[in-house]
Write a protein that binds this ligand. Structure first.
Ligand code: RTP
Ligand code: MG
Length: 142
């Protein structure tokens, strides 16, 4: 599988637990490289635009409220099969269903406060990376 990029967000609950380093270590140990990274506090507009595909879902307002409740760390991860690999490391959306040893099993508190986001397809990865990063903010490892 060719090198791929994916967007990862460490959500406000995990930032609040001081787990940024532990979570990034899991990506790096699994062979994913951080090629872009920034910390920011999302505005309501930025969070709504990011999750626009969920706009009609009943949990949308709670999701936006949670994602704007504190700072997040947004990263581009690069590596072999990065999109699926990141989703495997994250575990299921609901931490009660997440496999032992996954990031959500270890750091998430609930389906809302679930520690991390990861792009779910090559199309989402491209859109989400462009949503947060300019081309000159990404530093490929070559
Ligand atoms: P994410 O987009 O954050 O990586 O999570 P995901 O792909 O695993 O889940 P997705 O279906 O895209 O949902 C986005 C976020 O919305 C919240 N959610 N709440 N209450 C609910 O039934 C429910 N379903 C989803 C979660 O915080 C999820 O991460
Ligand atoms: Mg999703």
């Amino acid at each position: 599988m060719a090198q791929q990029r994916t967007l990862s967000i460490i959500k406000p609950d995990a930032v609040g637990k001081n787990a940024i380093g532990d979570i990034i270590a899991r990506f790096e140990k699994a062979g994913l490289a951080v090629v872009a990274c920034k910390m920011l506090h999302l505005s309501q507009e930025k969070a709504e635009g990011f999750y626009a595909e969920h706009r009609e879902r009943p949990f949308f307002n709670d999701l936006v409220g949670f994602m704007t409740s504190g700072p997040v760390v947004v990263q581009v991860l690069e590596g072999d099969n990065a999109i699926a690999k990141n989703r495997d490391l994250m575990g299921a959306t609901d931490p009660k269903k997440a496999e032992a040893g996954t990031i959500r099993a270890d750091f998430a508190s609930s389906i809302d406060a679930n520690a991390v986001h990861g792009s779910d397809s090559p199309e989402s990865a491209e859109r989400e990376i462009d949503y947060f990063f300019a081309a000159d903010e990404i530093c490929p490892r070559g």
